[in-house]
Ligand binder design. Structure first.
Ligand SMILES: [Zn+2]
Length: 302
């Protein structure tokens, strides 16, 4: 166990940073679901600083952490239905840009979870040589048989793949979780073929709903080591050397019961609402909602 100090993960400095929120972490409240990707919000966060230079909100101190990869290794997993919805939404967003890729050979999905997006890449995207990385055991175990063998249990680190291996690298709902998002981007650039693309999907802390919910937004979470805005996400990719970077917000589609879980109802009310949705079957209805997510795409120079 040790305390880890961090500077702004974009500019690497802290001179322009000011305190945004003190830590509300209560170790006693952590559960095996704390490091799962789609879970009930816990309303806990580490100490947060805001870098005025980069518009970057980041965790400046993590108290009493043993090792991130071991936390994720044993994280519980219960979100297979949602992962299929998410993968379908992401493919709809990205498919129009596939014609710009150098070819359809080689795609890496970082933090692939149960590999739902790998299924999309193979079936709707018509890509070959598709692989995924995922640090947690549980989602890999529940992966679709078509892609389970394509998922490697590992964090994305330097040197895993040779240069110019992939046409597409994707990183969905993961960039907030990694200790070095700038390093993730520069390593992605290295393993992309000329003209290849990196697509990142993450939370928009300046999104309408997140601004309304404030600190009650589920984006304030101990798993998130930084939170991006359109400005800081664009900078992240441009600083790493990506060209023609585009950043857009989009609407997510999930079943009603999923939205109900995220909504900041008081606990007994939430239980009643979710029970009612289950009994009536209304919980299964897909509902698009502007929850405040961003998709950023950047290309390696061809
Ligand atoms: Zn900064």
């Amino acid at each position: 166990m040790q305390n880890v100090q961090r500077n702004c993960p974009l500019c690497g400095q802290c001179d322009q940073s000011s305190l945004y929120a003190e830590s509300t972490l209560d170790r006693k409240q952590l559960t095996e679901f704390s490091f799962a990707s789609r879970k009930d919000p816990e309303y806990m966060n580490h100490r947060l600083m805001l870098c005025a230079r980069c518009d970057m909100l980041y965790v400046s101190e993590i108290a009493g952490v043993s090792d991130l990869s071991s936390e994720y290794d044993s994280a519980a997993y219960d979100s297979q239905v949602e992962s299929v919805y998410a993968a379908s939404t992401y493919m709809r967003l990205l498919l129009p840009m596939f014609d710009r890729l150098p070819d359809r050979v080689g795609a890496l999905d970082i933090g692939t979870g149960d590999g739902a997006f790998l299924v999309e890449l193979l079936e709707r995207g018509k890509l070959t040589d598709v692989v995924g990385l995922e640090p947690s055991t549980a989602p890999i175990r529940s992966a679709d048989a078509r892609v389970q063998g394509l998922i490697r249990q590992a964090m994305f680190v330097e040197g895993l793949y040779p240069s110019e291996t992939f046409s597409l690298v994707t990183c969905f709902q993961t960039i907030e979780h990694v200790d070095d998002p700038a390093g993730l981007c520069s390593e992605s650039l290295r393993i992309l073929k000329p003209g290849g693309a990196l697509a990142i999907i993450g939370h928009n802390r300046r999104g309408f709903l997140n601004r309304i919910l404030g600190r009650k937004s589920p984006i304030f979470d101990i798993e998130h080591l930084q939170l991006f805005s359109p400005e800081s996400l664009r900078r992240l990719m441009q600083n790493a050397g990506f060209h023609s970077v585009s950043v857009k917000s989009f609407w997510n589609t999930y079943p009603v019961s999923y939205w109900a879980r995220l909504f900041p109802f008081p606990r007994p009310i939430k239980k009643a609402v979710i029970g009612l949705l289950r009994v009536t079957g209304l919980g299964r209805i897909p509902l698009p909602f502007p929850v405040g997510n961003l998709v950023a795409v950047g290309h390696r120079e061809s």
